[in-house]
Design a protein around this ligand. Sequence first.
Ligand code: HOZ
Length: 431
Amino acid sequence: MSATDGTQDASDTWGPRARALMPGGVSSPVRSFRGVGGEPFFVERGAGPYLFDLGGRRLIDLVMSYGPLILGHAPEPVVAAAAQAVAEGLSFGAPSPREVLLAERITSAMPAVEKLRFVNSGTEATMSALRVARAATGRRLVVKFSGCYHGHHDSLLIRAGSGAATLGVPDSAGVPAELASLTVSVPYNDTEAVTRLFHDRGPDIAAVIVEPVAGNMGTVLPAPGFLEALRALTWGAGALLVFDEVMTGFRVGWGGVQGGGVTPDLTCLAKVIGAGMPVGAYGGRRDLMALVAPEGPVYQAGTLSGNPVAMAAGLAQLDAIGGPAFYDPLAQATAALADGLEERAARHGVAAVAPRMGGMMSLFFAERAPSNMAETEAADRERFARFFHGMLAEGVFWPPSPFETAFVSQAHTPDVIDGVLAAADRVLARL
Ligand code: HOZ
């Protein structure tokens, strides 16, 4: 659909039509701007670091489809690979070589992922990983952390972050209490609470699932020793450690957060490995993945899983990234943005912190970086909403919730970062 195709050319004509037919007028709740007020714009196209809306605006994009677009919008090698795959057939329902090639790239970058299964989203990946964990251990209980978001399946919509936190429904309606009681949520970074839980209920715990750098309550970093403690506790109790690297995988480094040394039993991936196409994967120890059908008794399937166009896009993106050397410049660009925002906020007397890791970061209007959900909730949300709308008016699209992460891509060159900072300077001066 083009702004110039003779239909309609502005978001305020599409919004009512969308809201008449789709809940909130959106296909995923966080897009509705409910966390900041107002109505979303409609996108015409993306290019590099920019989104172009139907009103003719060019916006510097820091949402970047919530993470997959690490090379920017519509990067030439990814578009070319996807276009060629489209020409060769949209879906086969049979194996094709690109699945093997993408699996080889992922497993060589993440040695703990010895074997994997492609799915269509992060939600499917975490849902399936928990099924494997329960089958492998014969236990039912799952431990998660408040503010972590692992997709929208029933077992994990418990004290969930992202849109669920933004809309005030962290424990979604429609999840049976019996099922919810099988998930225990504890505060992120609270090693003592997890230790107590293992002391009390260790033999019942099938798995601990964690975002090893949290990105769905804004960006919250793991405290030193937190992930190591989870590893030790799960090992000690015969439970599995599941890293949800949907956001961090191939985003904070070539080997994800687990490249830093803590090895999970199972890993969930999506976003960057699909380059913006609907792709997810779960994988891990060979003996665990041997439980998955058709090798084992854990059933999990998908007509579109391993889709050839999605595989082609993901493969082209990982090949363009190339390896670990890609990530230093990305982290530097992100740090330049985060440091620059903190400096400008301080200059204008606005309390703000910008935690960052690799190509992800947040801005919290708070005195110090939050370490858990309660602290992210305590940051000034009203001020965040004014910052968001101020930036949008200045031509910068920041994530429309303090419980989302901003993403920097390779296309966010120093001049683009300078443009964001110049806009932020004007906005922060008025906050
Ligand atoms: N934090 C979400 C993805 N992990 C944002 C995307 C969405 O819910 O639409």
